[in-house]
Design a protein around this ligand. Structure first.
Ligand code: ZN
Length: 426
């Protein structure tokens, strides 16, 4: 179906804004501004008093962890994982994962996210089902903790996921392989994953240099810093999305540059788990692609990318003691265009002809949207995601005038609560 968004203020790929129409043909943006005469919009969306922006791409999350939101907070990472998170995750069924991911889908659409890179498992088929039903776009991966039993089977499951779903749902689903981290996967296992990735042509999604302890332990155990250690396993040969990258030295950055590794910054999670502050400004200056993610909802505690945009900008300024660091538009780009590139989506994250029609309309109502000196500044620094009004992915309307079109929100909240009750009350 062809769609015409009329009279919206549009955030352009260069950071400028313009009052314009957007023509959508099938799943692609056909034109922004000058609409060809012959174009007939079968569906018209009124963009008056709305700001059109590319949908956010959540570059690193564990969608079904919404089920563990508010279950365990204010703990150290390993204590939190080993004693609270992993025991409950061990009990999760395919149905639980489905409702957890559905709850995430509701939250993501309502806060203006149109694509997400997910690392979780088992039962990633349940997350794929959510992607298909909700209409979202996703980069799925079966997370593998190889130190737990069944590492080979988990890798085989990840390979199966790739074979079954890479390019599925009209290309809305792509798949990566995901060894969880170097501290949960021994080097021989990373080599095995690297071999499989090469065989399939699959990219890698992995947690890297998240905490200082991880770096220190890596040096103690392997005599190398994390990036040098993982590089020696061959894992970086086929394209890599590296989540976190908080603790970096010059030699790590060299390896990141050499293999064109894309970094995903998770400021909310890094702050909450007291992991540290990633050197985002330095990475960007080095020409490294840095996207944004929320991480799982249990360490954030939401999936609201607009919050991450603002946190990234503010953190970058205080980290460098430079208020000019990470200006509003660049922070927004990190959540959209850069995140898209980080997760391997090339024609996503910009509102221009030829790109996928993944578009969010923000309703510019309320005092926080006045005065309107600079619309990009208003979105990055002043607005909140409650302004999300209409969301399109691949040209399909997922939310219109704040009403979800593909998901029954009430049912999802009910079923998610039911899952959690069973999981946590034994
Ligand atoms: Zn994570």
């Amino acid at each position: 179906m062809n769609t015409l968004i009329k009279d919206a203020y549009v955030i352009l790929p260069d950071g400028g804004t313009q009052k314009a129409d957007i023509a959508i043909e099938g799943n692609l943006i056909k034109a922004v501004g000058e609409i060809p005469h012959e174009f007939k919009g079968e569906r018209i969306i009124d963009g008056k008093d709305k700001l059109a922006a590319p949908g956010f791409v959540n570059g690193h999350t564990h969608a079904s962890m919404t089920l563990l939101r508010s279950y365990a907070d204010d703990m150290a990472l390993m204590d939190w994982l080993q004693n609270r998170i992993w025991p409950v995750e061990d009990r999760m069924t395919e149905e639980d994962l489905y409702w957890g991911a559905m709850l995430a889908a509701v939250e993501m659409i309502k806060s203006g996210t149109t694509a997400f890179a997910d690392m979780y498992g088992p039962y990633m088929d349940a997350v794929a089902k959510v992607v298909m039903e909700s209409g979202l776009r996703a980069v799925l991966s079966r997370g593998i903790v190889a130190l737990a039993p069944g590492a080979s089977e988990k890798l085989e499951d990840g390979v199966r996921l790739y074979r079954e779903y890479h390019g599925a749902a009209n290309g809305r689903i792509t798949v990566m392989l995901a060894p969880h981290s170097l501290y949960t996967c021994p080097p021989e296992f990373l080599e095995k994953v690297a071999g499989k990735a090469k065989e399939l042509g699959a990219e890698i999604h992995i947690h890297m240099s998240e905490t200082e302890v991880e770096v220190k332990d890596c040096i103690k155990n392997y005599g190398k810093r994390p990036f040098a250690h993982v590089e020696s396993t061959g894992l970086f040969e086929n394209g890599t999305l590296a989540a976190h990258c908080v603790w970096l030295e010059e030699e790590d950055m060299e390896i990141i540059r050499k293999h064109d590794i894309r970094v995903v910054h998770n400021p909310g999670s890094n702050l909450k788990l007291a992991s540290g502050v990633a050197p985002v400004q330095r990475l960007l200056k080095e020409g490294i692609c840095v996207g944004l993610g929320t991480d799982g909802a249990s360490s954030n505690n939401n999936l609201d990318m607009l919050e991450e945009v603002r946190l990234a900008a503010l953190l970058s300024k205080v980290e460098t003691m430079d208020p000019k660091a990470l200006p509003a538009f660049q922070a927004l780009q990190m959540g959209t265009e850069f995140s898209a590139r980080a997760v391997g989506l090339k024609d996503v994250g910009r509102l221009e002809a030829g790109c996928k029609a993944d578009i969010v309309l923000y309703s510019m109502q309320g005092p926080e949207w006045h005065p309107r000196h600079n619309l990009v500044s208003l979105l990055a620094y002043s607005a909140n995601s409650g302004a999300v009004d209409t969301v399109l992915v691949d040209g399909q309307v997922l939310m219109e005038k704040k009403r979800l079109c593909t998901i029954d929100e009430e049912k999802v909240c009910f079923e998610a609560e039911r899952s959690v009750k069973r999981l946590t009350e034994g």
